[in-house]
Design a protein around this ligand. Structure first.
Ligand code: UD1
Ligand code: PEP
Length: 417
């Protein structure tokens, strides 16, 4: 396991072009299976989750080749509908193969998806919807065998606007007879990106970005060229790195509208922010203010994937911040590591009560999940002295060249191994 060594106290300053979104590229790469043709994607972040998705696609009979930030996938040779357990367990997004495999082959064999330990993350909503569409689901030897040769479109009401379930249903609905309507669908921008890609392939989907998505089934599809949207979570992480270090940053090529809630709170914290359609400029004060109460919510609310980074930033702010995590029941584990740097954070059920301290002090900490790990890096950038963040493989699931990009922006950060 590798580590980052950070000498804290340097402001994050300059310009940064945001990379393609992890949470858009993963379902989109999986979705390419439904086309049965070649596809070319640009702006694909070079992160380990994308590498694993390429390996999964290859194991199913696709060809997948990366060249710089482009990934070419030829899905014509899909010959297998079983996702190998060892790859399935490597990340949560392996779950996105169910819908495309059902559409392409009428059958998907999967095991439990892996991923960061931030909650139980069951897949009952995915399964309930597929079964309502006529799929047979059988559990055997710790595998789920989903068969759906004759899926039919229907009205589905999600009990919770799950991002993954919304996307999986959209993908399975492509092969279903008739129209599928998803009510209470998730509204995340990455779902809009999935819809846009599929419509480029000839699909007829409308409503993504709202809580009612309509998918016309059995429309002929073809391969396409598609540029992946900018990563709002990466963008938010860099904005907060600048905010935590008294820096000044111009972010380029990100839909600023997708970061409205973060921008609002960073303004409360004392940052000056200008927002243009595809750029965000931020200048931070020497010390931030605590921002009172905030809770994570489905989009357009404050994203759970920025909660750990926000708590790390607020750990050094003047005053108190209360952060309620409403999406994942176990997403505060990283706060025990932040405490090693001197953060004063108390967890009461699903709320973190953060009393800002004047100065975090560098020490050795361990990343235990992707965003919690990024939060430790932000804390290290603002702390005095040296912080060593271990187990950075978790962080590299979602951030491409994280330390190099931060170094370009003025951080003193090195990677070991
Ligand atoms: C690759 C990707 O896009 N990952 C994102 C996606 O994850 P993911 O798609 O897994 O997140 P969901 O929206 O499905 O999960 C939200 C909540 O619903 C629960 N749930 C979900 C499905 C289900 O069948 N049953 C159930 O109970 C989950 O345990 C969780 O508590 O959305 C999350 C919430 O914005 C983000 O944190 C992840 O970064
Ligand atoms: C939880 C996350 O991702 P995943 O769903 O891939 O585990 C994340 O990106 O913060």
């Amino acid at each position: 396991m590798g580590s980052y060594q950070i000498q804290g106290g340097r402001p994050i300053e300059g310009e940064y072009t945001v990379k393609g979104a992890k949470n858009a590229v993963l379902p989109i790469l999986a979705a390419s299976i439904v086309t049965g043709e070649e596809n070319l994607f640009s702006r694909c972040p070079d992160i380990s989750d994308v590498q694993i998705m390429q390996e999964i696609l290859e194991s199913l009979g696709c060809k997948a080749v990366r060249s710089d930030e482009r990934v070419w996938i030829d899905t014509s040779g899909v010959s297998c509908c079983e996702v190998p357990r060892v790859l399935m367990e490597k990340m949560r997004s392996s779950i996105f193969l169910i819908g495309p495999l059902l559409t392409r082959c009428g059958r998907a064999v999967i095991s439990q998806p892996g991923g960061c330990a931030i909650g139980r993350r069951p897949i009952d909503l995915h399964m309930k919807a597929l079964s309502q569409m006529g799929a047979d689901i059988e559990e055997k030897d710790q595998q789920l065998i989903v068969t759906g040769n004759r899926l039919y479109g229907t009205n589905l009401i999600l009990d919770f606007p799950s991002v993954g379930a919304t996307e999986n249903i959209m993908l399975a609905a492509l092969g279903a007879k008739g129209e599928t309507v998803i009510h209470n669908s998730a509204r995340e921008p990455e779902i809009v990106d999935l819809q846009n890609y599929l419509n480029c392939c000839g699909a007829q989907i409308k409503g993504a970005g709202t809580s009612r998505i309509v998918i016309k089934g059995q429309v002929p599809l073809h391969g396409a060229y598609y540029p992946i949207m900018g990563d709002r979570i990466e963008a938010g992480t860099f904005l907060m790195a600048a905010a935590a270090t008294g820096g000044e940053l111009l972010l380029r090529e990100v839909e600023s509208d997708t970061l409205r809630s973060l921008i609002k709170y960073l303004r409360f914290a004392g940052c000056k922010i200008k927002r243009y359609p595809r750029e965000i400029w931020l200048r931070a004060p020497k010390r931030l203010y605590g921002i009172g109460k905030i809770k994570t919510e489905p989009y357009p609310g404050f994203p759970t994937d920025l909660q750990p980074q926000l708590c790390a930033v607020m750990a050094g702010a003047e005053g108190q911040t209360k952060v309620e995590e409403t999406i994942f029941e176990n997403r505060f584990r990283y706060t025990a590591q932040l405490a090693k740097l001197g953060a004063d954070i108390e967890i009461l059920q699903r709320t973190a009560i953060i009393k800002g301290v004047k100065q975090l002090v560098g020490t050795r900490v361990e990343a235990e999940d992707l965003r919690g790990g990024a939060a430790l890096v932000l804390a290290g950038l603002s702390a005095s002295g040296e912080t060593i963040v271990e187990n950075i493989e978790f962080i590299e699931r979602g951030y491409s060249g994280f330390h190099k990009e931060l170094e370009q922006l003025g951080a003193d950060i090195k990677r070991d191994l």
